[in-house]
Design a protein around this ligand. Structure first.
Ligand SMILES: CC(C)(COP(=O)(O)OP(=O)(O)OC[C@H]1O[C@@H](n2cnc3c(N)ncnc32)[C@H](O)[C@@H]1OP(=O)(O)O)[C@@H](O)C(=O)NCCC(=O)NCCS
Length: 323
């Protein structure tokens, strides 16, 4: 079976910056946000859609991969904030970047979305059905944030993209381990706007089209479910945590990542974060942090990179990449 390797990466964040001081008017403050969450500022769109920033990331990834949009066979886009309920935002990106030979569809796994999309792209490559796959994680949570509430501090907007391609060499994504638990659906949800609770003037007045989060439930789920999944995926690869050069995790909060690193015995210097600049960009976090790492660090053949994510659903997982 062919393996899936990273051929190129790209990212795109909006220009508009919202510093922590912005949230003083809703009863939050810079010191609390930095200490608990590790966030200094985040980016928010100003007229752009999710597909706009996703297309920006995809074009940067194509440039880095050195291939054209026409050479892409598949676009898998992870988002919880699509341009429209239908059609898929991936189709809008396909049109914007001119990937006219690509199949395009979306994946919904919220903050785990990019990891789930990566695993999907890898399966298509392993099966031999597609050769060049564009995986995108893109979200504009500013559209589903109630800016009158204190928990508006958590998210930022951003997109990242990864071009995967097939190789016969013994490298690339070695293993994924993914999990879901629909029993956790109230831990993080957008209550209205779907067919269960359609949009009405009342749901809009109550802000039910915006996300609602049980912060403690997110923290407990992340720190209890992700570490055993990391240990399990490493075991499947015949590796230990000492074999990992760096971890590129989803970026929920600095404390969650510190706790996960502690529980799996990964030195903090090996954890890559960017939440100080972008906050939690949901589907965007892993591909953005991968793009930054891929461009700024050099890896040797045989180095191992660990990916890990947790999100609404609940959804969570981990993956190992061999350079
Ligand atoms: C949200 C989170 C930081 C709360 O941490 P915590 O220590 O349990 O906080 P508590 O709810 O007990 O509140 C502690 C204090 O912070 C205050 N506080 C809560 N939210 C605040 C905010 N946004 N701004 C300022 N202060 C806040 C509380 O009022 C409380 O103050 P008090 O001690 O004077 O009463 C933590 O649960 C967390 O990180 N959860 C994960 C959230 C996340 O990652 N979400 C995104 C991924 S889906």
């Amino acid at each position: 079976m062919p393996n899936a390797i990273i051929l190129g990466t790209g990212s795109c964040v909006p220009e508009k910056v919202l510093p922590n001081q912005y949230f003083e008017k809703v009863g939050s403050n810079d010191a609390w946000i930095q200490e608990r969450l590790g966030i200094k500022e985040r980016r928010v769109v100003d007229g752009q859609t999710t597909s706009d920033i996703a297309a920006g990331a995809a074009e940067n990834a194509l440039a880095s991969a050195g291939i054209t949009a026409e050479e892409i066979d598949l676009i898998v886009l992870a988002t919880a904030t699509p341009d429209r309920p239908a059609p898929a935002t991936a189709c809008a990106v396909q049109e914007k970047i001119g990937a006219r030979n690509a199949v395009a569809f979306d994946i919904s796994a919220v903050c785990s979305g990019a990891l789930f999309a990566l695993s999907t792209g890898c399966q298509y490559i392993a099966s031999g059905m597609f050769r060049n796959v564009m995986v995108i994680g893109a979200d504009t949570f500013s559209n589903i944030t109630d800016w009158e509430r204190r928990d508006s501090v958590f998210f930022g907007d951003g997109a990242g993209a990864i071009v995967l391609t097939a190789t016969e060499e013994n490298r690339g994504f070695l293993q994924f381990e993914l999990h879901s638990d629909g029993g956790g659906k109230e831990g993080f949800t957008v209550p209205a706007g779907g067919c269960e609770t359609p949009t009405t003037p009342e749901t809009l007045a109550q802000g039910l089209h915006c996300f609602q989060m049980d912060g403690k439930a997110v923290f407990d789920t992340a720190t209890s479910m992700v570490p055993p999944t990391i240990e399990s995926v490493l075991q499947k690869c015949g590796l230990t945590i000492a074999d990992i050069q760096c971890m590129l995790p989803h970026q929920p909060s600095i404390r969650i990542l510190q706790e996960i690193a502690k529980r799996v015995n990964l030195p903090w210097e090996k954890v890559r974060t960017n939440m100080d600049r972008y906050a939690n960009t949901s589907g965007g976090t892993i591909p953005i942090v991968l793009d930054e790492t891929w461009r700024s660090e050099s890896f040797n053949p045989g180095d191992h990179i660990l990916f890990a994510a947790v999100g609404a659903g609940w959804t969570w997982g981990a993956a190992v990449y061999k350079c």
